[in-house]
Design a protein around this ligand. Sequence first.
Ligand SMILES: [Zn+2]
Ligand SMILES: [Zn+2]
Length: 160
Amino acid sequence: MTEVRLTGGCQCGAVRYALTEQPSEPHVCHCRMCQKAFGSFFAPLTGVPLSAFKTTRGDPAIFKSSDRAERGFCRRCGTPLTFHYVTSPRIAVSIGSLDHPERVKPKAQYGVEGRLPWFASIAGLPGEKTTEQDDPELAAAIAGSNRQHPDHDTKDWPPS
Ligand SMILES: [Zn+2]
Ligand SMILES: [Zn+2]
């Protein structure tokens, strides 16, 4: 059996995947197409050979953002999952969709022509924890109805 190095999936859990090799070339891409596709300032991506990417539950829907590129996402919850140049033997996954994104540290920035001018200042902004400002009732309501798939593989989906 092939060894699974890293696992990941979408927010709702309909799509789960496994990487059977340690991914390489971790980066963020600031290009405008990645900004739109991720609804974010940049896309965090890391790649493996196509043969090292396996879906273990469901399959991503594909949007061809050009004749050259396919972007995979969950058709149910919308999480951006993959990026693939159609002629490439490699595929990239979104680092944020990994169960342990902290294990893949970006080593480069691409598409820097699209980098937002204030991007570098974000890390220096004042910060707060997620729940500090929540009223306890709201925090309890969110925790009690959390539909995000846990950060590990599960047997049953959707959860009952
Ligand atoms: Zn999903
Ligand atoms: Zn890009």
